[in-house]
Every structure is written in structure tokens, then in C-alpha cells.
Ligand binder design. Structure first.
Ligand code: NAG
Ligand code: NAG
Ligand code: NAG
Ligand code: NAG
Ligand code: NAG
Ligand code: NAG
Length: 466
């Protein structure tokens, strides 16, 4: 009975009614509930054996069960349940905030370079570590993820619930695409002899299309690097710039890498025969292949913010935003005023215009070490030497590089000779407004149903990858 009363008490505590609508603060969708907390306390008191996962060497051929820890990718979710919208929206805002903080550090570190990040992937990486964190580290990570500092079990975030929403967003993206090819690979490399928590490894399985957990002898850093990179390249089936090296091989015993491949074909866009000029800054231009598309698009030229925004559908729901400075405004100025309000401002009051848009083909690769970003954010302790990841392993973990790598491509679907006669009869007679993206710009890719920001970047060199 006591438990029953307690539950009732807690339920009324977190749920209050406005008129006859029940309002639950979205935070509570992500927190542990009272019954789980009671359960965890019980487990804490009894000494139970944690099942272990022992990674096999990266040099050993995959045995079937070790292969790719995930076999099938369920692509059933097609739409978002109405009741899930508040929690998804809450999380997409947190991801965007973290993405902007990360972007601002990156643009400072890589001045005058192309920068591309995936806020959803950064968030997923951190939540993966959150699942393995204990005590102070867990508290600090929760705060860093954008939630409030927990004061008790029921104000702690349940990482599984966050990952499950991230999975929903991934499924929304992947469920319907003919024009988008997207996948995510996650690898964890540990020193020989490190036993991992089986629960931790299993919890990571749903968050990627493929998860590999492998042992590598870090003692000889050159050899370790070769092994890791060749393993990685064989899994992504392409040549890749070096992704993992160990700075301090004598003590490092865990490396983490996630890789996203995203390729989109813009429907009805065709390739311009000749390479076109693209200004990487006000006095230097390069020649790059471009694509062009003519049709109705949401567009705005904002004379107050001094920027123009074009909205390009990539599929039924997903879309790309291109943002370019106007009226002598600079990209730097737009970047430095990025905030929570930027997208509502950019997306607001757009109008449907008949455009002839020419933009560069994109083939961009980016690779960042989370440890370096965290150092620049003054929070290197999060993944530092003294951080508590006792839910990943009983051994003391000393985490080396944590890599997020992206390969992003955007292209047209036809060559100029295959240009359609006139796609849109109803536009006949209209003269399109010509827009040429021939200077550095910002771009954002959104999953259209959840409004999650999948990619955000600054394009200075449209082709920086092989
Ligand atoms: C508490 O959470 C667990 C798992 O997240 C769920 O299975 C259970 O139904 C929840 N209990 C209550 C009372 O909401
Ligand atoms: C489990 O026990 C430890 C040490 O006794 C304590 O610090 C921790 O907060 C407990 N965890 C939970 C979930 O009760
Ligand atoms: C790792 O490699 C070093 C030499 O490079 C070797 O001495 C050591 O025994 C190896 N460790 C394991 C666990 O294989
Ligand atoms: C936009 O440009 C105009 C004219 O150059 C300037 O007066 C105004 O302050 C600029 N606005 C912003 C937000 O930078
Ligand atoms: C759009 O602009 C491109 C590049 O300037 C040009 O090749 C193409 O013919 C134009 N298309 C239309 C329909 O105006
Ligand atoms: C980190 O600390 C340095 C030195 O205290 C400071 O200059 C810098 O602005 C801080 N960076 C962030 C992102 O807070």
C-alpha cells in the first residue's frame, strides 16, 4: 500500500492539469521513474555479478556472433506518434543547443575552413558515454547534455530513453528514402584484457546500423593505428583519411569512433556542364562543379538580418537550408550570432518563389576529436583521466580519441543533356529569380517530421573529400 500511495504522490507531483489537458513536463519522459529507482536501489544492495563482454582482437577474423553486433535494421516507423511529439521536440532543441556550442568551438579552431557536424550524432555519442558513467561524471554529463543537475534518482536522465528517441529520429530518416542514402557505424576499441559490461555493449546496439567492439594492443602505436584504420576502411568500403591514432599509448585503453555516411540526390537538379567560380573569401575564387534546379522554393531575403535563406526539399519531409550573407554582411557575423532563435527566424516568413538556383556539388568529409572540442569548451574532465566510467568496465578506463567522422555528398540526378523539357507547366511564362550560391555559405539538413537538425556546417570548400 505504501508504494501505491507513494506512486500516486509522485504522479501528481509531476503531472498537473491545465483545464482538462494533462501536462507533463517533457523532462519527465527522460527521467527514471520511481519504480525503476526502487528497483535500482534494491540491485545496488544485493551484490550481483555483472555479465561481461570480452572484445576479441581486431586481428582475429569475425566469428558470426562477433561480426556486426547488429543484424537487422528495422525500418518500420514511418511517422511520429502525436503523444511523442513533446518529448521529441524537447530533445531536438537540446541537440541543437549542443550543436551550436560545438559549432562555435569548431569555427574558432578551424578558421576559413569547411566545418560540418552532426548535432544528432554528437548527442548520441555523449549519451552512449552517459550510459556508462557513474556518480559525478554522470551528473556532469547530464548537465552538459542540456538537462538540469539531478538532485535525486527521479531527476536523473535515463540514457536508454534518450537513445530510444534518437533511434526514432533515425528511423524517420531512413524509413522512406529513395534519394537519401544514410548509415551510421560505431566502433569501440579497447586494450587487450579490458572486460566490458555486457549491458553497456547491448545498450549501444540499437543506436547504430553497425556496432563493432574490438580489442587492439595499443603498445605499439604505429601498428595499432594500421590495424584500426584498415579495420575501419574494410567496414566502410572506402579509403579514409586516418581516423584514429593514440596520443599516449602507454595509458590509453579505450577509443571510440562513429562514422556517418550521408548521400543525397536532389531531384530534378542537373549538372552544369562547365565548372563555375566559387568565392572562398572576398578575393579568392576556385572553380567547382555545380548543379542547377529550377522550380518553386521557399525563399527569403531578409534585409533586417542581412541574409538570404533557401529551403530545398530533399525528400518528402527532409530538407536542406542554405543561408548566405547579403548587404555586405559576413558569414562570421551570422555565425557569431547563432542562437536558439536562429532557425525560427530563418524559417519564418518565407515565401514561395520561382527560382533558378545554382549551387556547388558537395562532397565534404569532416573528422573531429571530441576530446579536443571538450578541452576547448573547458570541460575536458568529462572524458578525462579521472572520469568515472565504471558502468562500462570494472577496469579504470583512460579514454583516448573520441572521433566523429562524417562523409556528406549532395549531387544532382541528371546531366545537362537530360534536362526535362519543362517540368512545371503552371510555371510557364514565369521568369525565375536567378540565385547562384557562388560564395561560402551555411547549410543545415533537417529531418522533416521530428525537425531534428541532422547536419550543420559552413561550406568554404565544397569538395574537400576524395
Ligand atoms: C517506469 O519505467 C519503466 C521503464 O522505463 C517502465 O517499464 C514502467 O512501466 C514505468 N513505470 C511507471 C509506473 O511509469
Ligand atoms: C549505490 O550504492 C552506492 C554506494 O553505496 C551509492 O553511492 C549510490 O548512490 C547507490 N546508487 C543507487 C542508484 O542507489
Ligand atoms: C602488446 O604488444 C607488445 C609489444 O608490441 C607485447 O610486448 C605485449 O605482450 C602485447 N600485449 C598483449 C596483451 O598481447
Ligand atoms: C544590415 O545592413 C544594414 C545596411 O548595411 C545595416 O544598417 C544593419 O545594421 C545590418 N543589420 C544587421 C542585423 O547586421
Ligand atoms: C538556370 O541557370 C543555369 C545557370 O545559369 C542555366 O544553365 C539554366 O539554363 C537556367 N535554367 C532556367 C530554366 O532558366
Ligand atoms: C575556457 O577558458 C579560457 C581561459 O579561462 C577562456 O578564455 C575561454 O573563453 C573558455 N572557453 C569557453 C568555451 O568557455
Amino acid at each position: 500500500m505504501a508504494l501505491h500511495v507513494m506512486l500516486l504522490y509522485f504522479t501528481t507531483f509531476i503531472i498537473f492539469t491545465i483545464g482538462n489537458r494533462v501536462y507533463v513536463h517533457p523532462f519527465h519522459f527522460f527521467a527514471y521513474n520511481k519504480s525503476i529507482c526502487t528497483e535500482m536501489e534494491k540491485q545496488n544492495q544485493s551484490t550481483h555479478e555483472e555479465k561481461v563482454f570480452i572484445p576479441i582482437s581486431v586481428e582475429t577474423d569475425d566469428s558470426p556472433e562477433q561480426k556486426n553486433l547488429k543484424s537487422i535494421n528495422s525500418l518500420e516507423t514511418q511517422s511520429l506518434d502525436v503523444k511523442d511529439i513533446p518529448k521529441v521536440t524537447y530533445l531536438t532543441e537540446l541537440m541543437k543547443d549542443l550543436g551550436f556550442r560545438y559549432f562555435s568551438v569548431l569555427t574558432n579552431m578551424h578558421k576559413s575552413e569547411t566545418v560540418l557536424l552532426s548535432p544528432t550524432n554528437i548527442y548520441a555519442t555523449l549519451v552512449s558515454f552517459y550510459l556508462g558513467a557513474s556518480k559525478q561524471t554522470s551528473t556532469e554529463l547530464q548537465l552538459f547534455l542540456g538537462f538540469t543537475t539531478p538532485s535525486e534518482c527521479t531527476s536523473r536522465v535515463d540514457g536508454h530513453k534518450v537513445l530510444s528517441v534518437l533511434k526514432t529520429i533515425d528511423d524517420l530518416l531512413l524509413s522512406k528514402q529513395a534519394d537519401i542514402d544514410a548509415s551510421r557505424l560505431t566502433c569501440l576499441f579497447t586494450a587487450p584484457g579490458i572486460h566490458l559490461s555486457k549491458t553497456f555493449v547491448q545498450d549501444l546496439v540499437p543506436s547504430s546500423d553497425a556496432l563493432y567492439v574490438k580489442a587492439v594492443n595499443f603498445t605499439n602505436p604505429t601498428r595499432a593505428k594500421e590495424l584500426i584504420n584498415s579495420f575501419f576502411e574494410s567496414r566502410i568500403a572506402r579509403k579514409s583519411n586516418t581516423i584514429l591514432t593514440t596520443d599516449n599509448p602507454s595509458t590509453i585503453n579505450l577509443l571510440f569512433a562513429s562514422y556517418i555516411h550521408f548521400k543525397v540526390t536532389v531531384k530534378n537538379a542537373f549538372q552544369v556542364n562547365q565548372p563555375q567560380d566559387f568565392w572562398i573569401d572576398s578575393n579568392k575564387k576556385i572553380s567547382v562543379p555545380m548543379i542547377t534546379i529550377t522550380g518553386m522554393f521557399n525563399y527569403k531575403s531578409d534585409d533586417k538580418e542581412n541574409l538570404s535563406v533557401i529551403h530545398i526539399p530533399l525528400s518528402k519531409n527532409d530538407f536542406l537550408l542554405l543561408v548566405q550573407p547579403t548587404n555586405g554582411n559576413s558569414l562570421d557575423r551570422i555565425e557569431s550570432s547563432l542562437s536558439r532563435d536562429s532557425f525560427p527566424i530563418w524559417l519564418g516568413k518565407m515565401s514561395n518563389r520561382y527560382l533558378n538556383l545554382t549551387l556547388p556539388k558537395l562532397r565534404i568529409e569532416s573528422c573531429y576529436n571530441f576530446q579536443e572540442i571538450l578541452r576547448n569548451m573547458n570541460v575536458s574532465t568529462l572524458l578525462g583521466e579521472n572520469a568515472d566510467y565504471s558502468k562500462i568496465s570494472d577496469a579504470h578506463l583512460n579514454i583516448g580519441k573520441v572521433i566523429n567522422k562524417i562523409h556528406f555528398e549532395l549531387d544532382g540526378s541528371r546531366t545537362e543533356n537530360e534536362q526535362p523539357q519543362d517540368d512545371s507547366q503552371q510555371n510557364a511564362g514565369l521568369v525565375p529569380l536567378e540565385i547562384k550560391m557562388d560564395r561560402a555559405f551555411l547549410m543545415a539538413v533537417f529531418e522533416g517530421i521530428s525537425k531534428a537538425l541532422l547536419f550543420f556546417g559552413r561550406v568554404i570548400y565544397p569538395l574537400n573529400a576524395l
